[in-house]
Write a protein that binds this ligand. Sequence first.
Ligand SMILES: [Zn+2]
Length: 304
Amino acid sequence: MNSSNELLTYLRTKLGQADATSSKQLRKQILAFVDSSARYLIIQIQYMRNVMIGTPSPDMNPVGRLVEFYGETMGLEAPVYAYLGESYYSTGAFIYYKKYGQRLGTEYFIVSADLADPAVFWVLSAHEIAHCWLSRKDLVDQICNDNPLITDKTNADQVESHVEEALCDVIATRFAGPAYPRAFASKLWVHLTEEYANRHPLYSFRLECMAQALDDSRFYDEAGSIREMMDEYKMRPWKDEVISWSLDRLLDLTTKMPPVTSAKTGRSCYDFNQYWDMICEASPASDPAIMKRASDSLLSQLEG
Ligand SMILES: [Zn+2]
């Protein structure tokens, strides 16, 4: 509510400026800005309604507790509201302010986890929290700014988007450990051999980023199994990715991420690695209910 009021006050000031100017061109620009901002505000309000509908009270919001814990451990300065929606995503900071290079004084983030997933997959929200964290940093710019391969605006947008997505994977892996790539590969396994020319890098590159982050944290066996899986699936070589040149920088710039497993509280009660260890050790044939058991145990911790 504070953010909405803050924005509306700001837009009223802009409307005053539009009234006061004698330049038709400037007036049109200001009105276009106000119009876009108002539309984005409506989108933001819809997200917030989803949070309120999906989370009757904080006590009944286990995914909210998890995301809040992640946000605090990662050092996010703004509150995070989470709910179960149709997929994993985050709003980051208010996008209209990002677009116009301005920020709200009162900021917050919204994260959605996939309603259809058992709780053991919610570790994937570490990637979304990384998006929120990055919105207050200039790591993507640091990687993209001095790259000679960025030649035009379209190319720059694609590169920036791929760099940010890969960075979020590296951060999530450093932060959450092997549970993140295990959940990622388990959720997306039917898609891993597909190639998309979209906002995300090649799956093989994303998995290689995760494997190298695991190597850095001495999870050598887990990194080895990711690479074996990539061979087995005959995935396109990760060096074909348009931002393959950025891999070392992605890793260098994130070495100081706090691992969630060594957070202040010691081994976290929300440590997904123990559950993914159980799942990976069991075979689906001998223990088909393992995913449900692991998710139920995790949920009871999150709700406790
Ligand atoms: Zn992402």
